[in-house]
Design a protein around this ligand. Structure first.
Ligand code: C2E
Ligand code: MG
Ligand code: MG
Ligand code: MG
Length: 282
Protein backbone atom coordinates (compact mmCIF):
# COMPACT_ATOMS: atom_id res chain seq x y z
CA UNK A 1 0.00 0.00 0.00
CA UNK A 2 2.73 2.40 1.07
CA UNK A 3 4.84 1.35 -1.88
CA UNK A 4 1.90 1.82 -4.16
CA UNK A 5 1.38 5.27 -2.70
CA UNK A 6 5.05 6.12 -3.11
CA UNK A 7 4.95 5.10 -6.72
CA UNK A 8 1.95 7.22 -7.38
CA UNK A 9 3.59 10.15 -5.70
CA UNK A 10 6.67 9.68 -7.76
CA UNK A 11 4.65 9.57 -10.93
CA UNK A 12 2.71 12.59 -9.78
CA UNK A 13 5.72 14.73 -8.86
CA UNK A 14 8.21 13.83 -11.56
CA UNK A 15 6.79 15.97 -14.36
CA UNK A 16 6.49 18.93 -12.02
CA UNK A 17 10.04 18.68 -10.76
CA UNK A 18 11.42 18.31 -14.25
CA UNK A 19 9.40 21.29 -15.38
CA UNK A 20 10.89 23.40 -12.61
CA UNK A 21 14.32 22.10 -13.41
CA UNK A 22 13.79 22.79 -17.10
CA UNK A 23 12.66 26.31 -16.42
CA UNK A 24 15.72 26.87 -14.28
CA UNK A 25 18.06 25.43 -16.90
CA UNK A 26 16.42 27.52 -19.59
CA UNK A 27 16.82 30.62 -17.47
CA UNK A 28 20.43 29.71 -16.80
CA UNK A 29 21.19 29.10 -20.49
CA UNK A 30 19.29 32.22 -21.44
CA UNK A 31 21.36 34.23 -19.01
CA UNK A 32 24.60 32.83 -20.45
CA UNK A 33 23.39 33.80 -23.95
CA UNK A 34 22.29 37.20 -22.67
CA UNK A 35 25.84 37.99 -21.64
CA UNK A 36 27.22 36.92 -25.04
CA UNK A 37 24.50 38.53 -27.12
CA UNK A 38 24.41 41.80 -25.25
CA UNK A 39 20.84 41.49 -24.09
CA UNK A 40 21.75 43.02 -20.76
CA UNK A 41 21.34 46.75 -20.20
CA UNK A 42 22.03 49.11 -17.38
CA UNK A 43 19.30 51.53 -16.46
CA UNK A 44 20.00 54.54 -14.29
CA UNK A 45 17.82 55.90 -11.51
CA UNK A 46 18.56 59.44 -10.34
CA UNK A 47 19.60 60.10 -6.76
CA UNK A 48 18.52 63.56 -5.68
CA UNK A 49 20.11 65.69 -2.99
CA UNK A 50 18.51 67.24 0.07
CA UNK A 51 16.89 70.22 -1.65
CA UNK A 52 14.94 67.81 -3.82
CA UNK A 53 16.14 68.98 -7.23
CA UNK A 54 19.89 68.57 -7.80
CA UNK A 55 21.06 65.23 -9.25
CA UNK A 56 23.76 63.83 -6.97
CA UNK A 57 24.23 60.63 -8.96
CA UNK A 58 22.46 57.56 -10.23
CA UNK A 59 22.07 53.92 -9.28
CA UNK A 60 22.86 51.50 -12.11
CA UNK A 61 20.21 48.75 -12.28
CA UNK A 62 20.41 45.69 -14.52
CA UNK A 63 17.74 45.00 -17.11
CA UNK A 64 17.45 41.78 -19.13
CA UNK A 65 15.13 41.36 -22.09
CA UNK A 66 15.23 37.66 -23.00
CA UNK A 67 14.97 35.94 -26.43
CA UNK A 68 11.19 36.25 -26.46
CA UNK A 69 11.29 39.94 -25.59
CA UNK A 70 10.17 39.36 -22.02
CA UNK A 71 11.74 41.48 -19.26
CA UNK A 72 13.16 39.31 -16.50
CA UNK A 73 13.45 41.03 -13.13
CA UNK A 74 16.86 41.22 -11.46
CA UNK A 75 15.06 39.94 -8.36
CA UNK A 76 14.74 36.67 -10.33
CA UNK A 77 17.98 36.38 -12.27
CA UNK A 78 20.47 37.81 -9.76
CA UNK A 79 19.75 35.14 -7.12
CA UNK A 80 19.96 32.49 -9.88
CA UNK A 81 23.26 33.91 -11.14
CA UNK A 82 24.56 33.78 -7.59
CA UNK A 83 23.69 30.06 -7.43
CA UNK A 84 25.27 29.20 -10.79
CA UNK A 85 28.33 31.41 -10.39
CA UNK A 86 27.34 33.52 -13.41
CA UNK A 87 27.25 36.50 -11.04
CA UNK A 88 30.99 36.90 -11.56
CA UNK A 89 30.75 37.50 -15.31
CA UNK A 90 27.57 39.57 -14.92
CA UNK A 91 29.14 41.62 -12.16
CA UNK A 92 32.20 42.24 -14.29
CA UNK A 93 29.98 43.29 -17.22
CA UNK A 94 28.17 45.76 -14.94
CA UNK A 95 31.44 47.32 -13.80
CA UNK A 96 32.72 47.60 -17.39
CA UNK A 97 29.46 48.99 -18.74
CA UNK A 98 28.99 51.54 -15.96
CA UNK A 99 32.56 52.79 -16.51
CA UNK A 100 32.12 52.90 -20.29
CA UNK A 101 28.94 54.94 -19.86
CA UNK A 102 30.48 57.31 -17.31
CA UNK A 103 33.34 57.93 -19.71
CA UNK A 104 30.85 58.65 -22.53
CA UNK A 105 28.91 61.12 -20.38
CA UNK A 106 32.10 62.88 -19.31
CA UNK A 107 33.13 63.21 -22.97
CA UNK A 108 29.77 64.81 -23.71
CA UNK A 109 30.51 67.36 -20.99
CA UNK A 110 27.82 65.97 -18.71
CA UNK A 111 28.16 65.63 -14.94
CA UNK A 112 26.42 62.48 -13.80
CA UNK A 113 27.84 62.60 -10.27
CA UNK A 114 28.57 59.24 -8.72
CA UNK A 115 27.25 56.09 -10.36
CA UNK A 116 26.29 53.52 -7.75
CA UNK A 117 26.82 49.85 -8.64
CA UNK A 118 25.20 46.95 -6.80
CA UNK A 119 27.76 44.43 -5.59
CA UNK A 120 26.89 40.86 -4.70
CA UNK A 121 28.34 39.22 -1.60
CA UNK A 122 30.04 36.68 -3.88
CA UNK A 123 31.88 39.43 -5.76
CA UNK A 124 33.01 40.89 -2.48
CA UNK A 125 34.37 37.51 -1.42
CA UNK A 126 36.22 36.72 -4.67
CA UNK A 127 39.99 36.44 -4.31
CA UNK A 128 41.57 36.02 -7.75
CA UNK A 129 40.96 38.47 -9.19
CA UNK A 130 39.63 40.51 -6.29
CA UNK A 131 36.84 43.04 -6.72
CA UNK A 132 39.36 45.81 -6.06
CA UNK A 133 41.51 44.56 -8.97
CA UNK A 134 38.54 44.34 -11.36
CA UNK A 135 37.44 47.84 -10.45
CA UNK A 136 40.95 49.23 -10.81
CA UNK A 137 41.22 47.68 -14.29
CA UNK A 138 37.94 49.19 -15.48
CA UNK A 139 38.76 52.62 -14.06
CA UNK A 140 42.08 52.59 -15.83
CA UNK A 141 40.54 51.53 -19.17
CA UNK A 142 38.17 54.49 -19.10
CA UNK A 143 40.32 57.10 -17.39
CA UNK A 144 38.09 57.32 -14.33
CA UNK A 145 38.71 57.80 -10.62
CA UNK A 146 37.40 55.70 -7.72
CA UNK A 147 35.32 58.66 -6.55
CA UNK A 148 33.27 58.41 -9.76
CA UNK A 149 31.76 55.20 -8.38
CA UNK A 150 29.83 54.15 -5.33
CA UNK A 151 29.52 50.52 -4.34
CA UNK A 152 26.24 49.29 -2.86
CA UNK A 153 26.43 46.28 -0.60
CA UNK A 154 23.40 44.85 1.11
CA UNK A 155 23.27 44.54 4.84
CA UNK A 156 22.75 40.79 4.52
CA UNK A 157 25.89 40.43 2.36
CA UNK A 158 27.91 41.89 5.21
CA UNK A 159 26.36 39.57 7.75
CA UNK A 160 27.40 36.40 5.88
CA UNK A 161 31.04 36.78 6.75
CA UNK A 162 31.55 40.08 8.58
CA UNK A 163 35.28 39.56 9.12
CA UNK A 164 36.12 38.92 5.50
CA UNK A 165 33.65 41.55 4.27
CA UNK A 166 35.16 44.11 6.62
CA UNK A 167 38.61 43.38 5.27
CA UNK A 168 37.42 43.80 1.67
CA UNK A 169 35.57 47.02 2.46
CA UNK A 170 38.60 48.54 4.12
CA UNK A 171 40.66 47.77 1.03
CA UNK A 172 38.02 49.37 -1.23
CA UNK A 173 37.65 52.42 1.00
CA UNK A 174 41.42 52.89 1.07
CA UNK A 175 41.39 52.82 -2.73
CA UNK A 176 38.93 55.74 -2.65
CA UNK A 177 35.57 54.13 -3.46
CA UNK A 178 32.55 55.30 -1.53
CA UNK A 179 30.58 52.54 0.09
CA UNK A 180 26.84 52.40 0.73
CA UNK A 181 24.84 49.89 2.73
CA UNK A 182 21.83 48.88 0.65
CA UNK A 183 18.38 47.90 1.97
CA UNK A 184 19.28 49.08 5.45
CA UNK A 185 16.81 47.95 8.09
CA UNK A 186 16.04 44.58 6.50
CA UNK A 187 18.93 42.76 8.22
CA UNK A 188 20.07 42.82 11.80
CA UNK A 189 23.43 44.53 11.76
CA UNK A 190 24.52 46.05 15.02
CA UNK A 191 25.56 49.64 15.46
CA UNK A 192 28.94 48.44 16.66
CA UNK A 193 29.50 46.48 13.47
CA UNK A 194 28.49 49.35 11.22
CA UNK A 195 30.73 51.68 13.15
CA UNK A 196 33.72 49.43 12.62
CA UNK A 197 33.28 49.52 8.82
CA UNK A 198 34.50 52.34 6.56
CA UNK A 199 31.03 53.21 5.20
CA UNK A 200 29.87 56.44 3.61
CA UNK A 201 26.14 56.03 3.23
CA UNK A 202 23.09 54.19 4.55
CA UNK A 203 20.30 53.49 2.08
CA UNK A 204 17.08 53.21 4.08
CA UNK A 205 15.02 50.38 2.64
CA UNK A 206 11.82 51.35 0.87
CA UNK A 207 9.82 49.10 3.19
CA UNK A 208 10.20 51.79 5.87
CA UNK A 209 9.71 54.72 3.51
CA UNK A 210 6.51 53.11 2.28
CA UNK A 211 5.05 53.01 5.78
CA UNK A 212 6.13 56.48 6.90
CA UNK A 213 2.72 58.06 6.81
CA UNK A 214 0.81 55.12 8.30
CA UNK A 215 2.90 53.68 11.06
CA UNK A 216 4.31 55.59 14.03
CA UNK A 217 6.76 52.83 14.87
CA UNK A 218 8.24 52.94 11.37
CA UNK A 219 8.47 56.71 11.57
CA UNK A 220 10.41 56.29 14.81
CA UNK A 221 12.74 53.76 13.18
CA UNK A 222 13.50 56.06 10.25
CA UNK A 223 14.00 59.01 12.57
CA UNK A 224 16.37 57.05 14.83
CA UNK A 225 18.24 55.67 11.80
CA UNK A 226 18.88 59.15 10.44
CA UNK A 227 20.03 60.46 13.85
CA UNK A 228 22.25 57.42 14.37
CA UNK A 229 23.74 57.70 10.87
CA UNK A 230 24.59 61.36 11.47
CA UNK A 231 26.31 60.48 14.75
CA UNK A 232 28.39 57.91 12.90
CA UNK A 233 29.22 60.38 10.13
CA UNK A 234 27.19 58.56 7.47
CA UNK A 235 25.03 60.07 4.75
CA UNK A 236 21.47 58.80 4.48
CA UNK A 237 19.51 58.08 1.33
CA UNK A 238 15.85 57.08 1.36
CA UNK A 239 14.86 54.47 -1.24
CA UNK A 240 11.47 54.14 -2.88
CA UNK A 241 10.22 57.69 -2.39
CA UNK A 242 6.88 57.74 -4.22
CA UNK A 243 4.90 60.64 -2.79
CA UNK A 244 5.44 64.33 -2.02
CA UNK A 245 4.33 63.65 1.53
CA UNK A 246 7.11 61.04 2.00
CA UNK A 247 9.66 63.44 0.52
CA UNK A 248 8.55 66.25 2.83
CA UNK A 249 8.68 64.04 5.93
CA UNK A 250 12.13 62.70 5.03
CA UNK A 251 13.42 66.22 4.37
CA UNK A 252 12.15 67.27 7.80
CA UNK A 253 13.90 64.29 9.39
CA UNK A 254 17.19 65.48 7.87
CA UNK A 255 17.64 62.76 5.25
CA UNK A 256 20.44 63.71 2.80
CA UNK A 257 19.37 62.10 -0.48
CA UNK A 258 16.32 60.57 -2.11
CA UNK A 259 15.63 58.01 -4.78
CA UNK A 260 12.26 56.79 -6.02
CA UNK A 261 9.55 56.99 -8.61
CA UNK A 262 8.54 60.49 -7.47
CA UNK A 263 11.99 61.78 -8.44
CA UNK A 264 12.68 59.54 -11.43
CA UNK A 265 12.26 55.92 -12.48
CA UNK A 266 15.17 53.82 -13.65
CA UNK A 267 15.77 54.94 -17.27
CA UNK A 268 18.01 54.23 -20.23
CA UNK A 269 21.46 55.82 -20.36
CA UNK A 270 20.24 58.11 -23.16
CA UNK A 271 17.28 59.27 -21.11
CA UNK A 272 19.48 59.93 -18.09
CA UNK A 273 21.91 61.83 -20.33
CA UNK A 274 19.05 64.04 -21.54
CA UNK A 275 17.98 64.66 -17.97
CA UNK A 276 21.52 65.77 -17.11
CA UNK A 277 21.51 68.09 -20.10
CA UNK A 278 18.24 69.69 -19.02
CA UNK A 279 19.51 69.99 -15.44
CA UNK A 280 22.75 71.63 -16.61
CA UNK A 281 20.84 74.18 -18.70
CA UNK A 282 18.42 75.11 -15.91
P1 C2E B 1 18.08 47.58 -5.00
O1 C2E B 1 19.54 47.70 -5.21
O2 C2E B 1 17.57 47.84 -3.62
O3 C2E B 1 17.44 48.58 -6.05
C1 C2E B 1 16.26 49.32 -5.83
C2 C2E B 1 15.07 48.68 -6.47
O4 C2E B 1 13.90 49.42 -6.14
C3 C2E B 1 15.12 48.65 -7.99
O5 C2E B 1 14.45 47.46 -8.41
C4 C2E B 1 14.31 49.90 -8.37
O6 C2E B 1 13.78 49.84 -9.68
C5 C2E B 1 13.24 49.83 -7.32
N1 C2E B 1 12.64 51.15 -7.06
C6 C2E B 1 13.23 52.36 -7.13
N2 C2E B 1 12.38 53.35 -6.77
C7 C2E B 1 11.21 52.75 -6.46
C8 C2E B 1 9.93 53.25 -6.03
O7 C2E B 1 9.70 54.45 -5.84
N3 C2E B 1 8.97 52.32 -5.79
C9 C2E B 1 9.17 50.98 -5.97
N4 C2E B 1 8.15 50.15 -5.74
N5 C2E B 1 10.37 50.49 -6.40
C10 C2E B 1 11.37 51.36 -6.64
P2 C2E B 1 15.05 46.55 -9.58
O8 C2E B 1 15.68 47.41 -10.62
O9 C2E B 1 13.96 45.62 -9.98
O10 C2E B 1 16.20 45.76 -8.85
C11 C2E B 1 15.92 44.86 -7.84
C12 C2E B 1 17.17 44.43 -7.12
O11 C2E B 1 17.99 43.64 -7.98
C13 C2E B 1 18.06 45.55 -6.64
O12 C2E B 1 17.56 46.12 -5.44
C14 C2E B 1 19.36 44.83 -6.46
O13 C2E B 1 19.38 44.15 -5.22
C15 C2E B 1 19.32 43.81 -7.58
N6 C2E B 1 20.14 44.31 -8.70
C16 C2E B 1 19.80 45.13 -9.72
N7 C2E B 1 20.86 45.37 -10.53
C17 C2E B 1 21.91 44.68 -10.00
C18 C2E B 1 23.30 44.51 -10.36
O14 C2E B 1 23.82 45.11 -11.33
N8 C2E B 1 24.06 43.69 -9.57
C19 C2E B 1 23.54 43.06 -8.47
N9 C2E B 1 24.35 42.27 -7.74
N10 C2E B 1 22.26 43.22 -8.08
C20 C2E B 1 21.45 44.00 -8.85
MG1 MG C 1 20.94 49.03 -4.76
MG1 MG D 1 17.97 48.84 -2.05
MG1 MG E 1 16.61 45.62 -2.81
Amino acid sequence: EAKQHGKNQLRFYTPEISLQLRERLELELGLARAIDREQLRLYYQPQIDRGGSRIAGAEALLRWRDQSGRMVSPNVFIPLAEKTGQIHSIGLWVIEEACRQLHAWHRQGLRPGKVAINISALQLGAEHPSLADLLAGALQNYGLLPENLELEITETALLNDPGRAGEQLRQLAESGFSLAIDDFGTGYSSLAMLHSLPLDKLKIDRFFVDRLGNDDADLAIVKATIVMAKELGLMTLAEGVETREQLRMLQNLGCDQFQGHLLGRPMSADAFGSLLQVAAAA
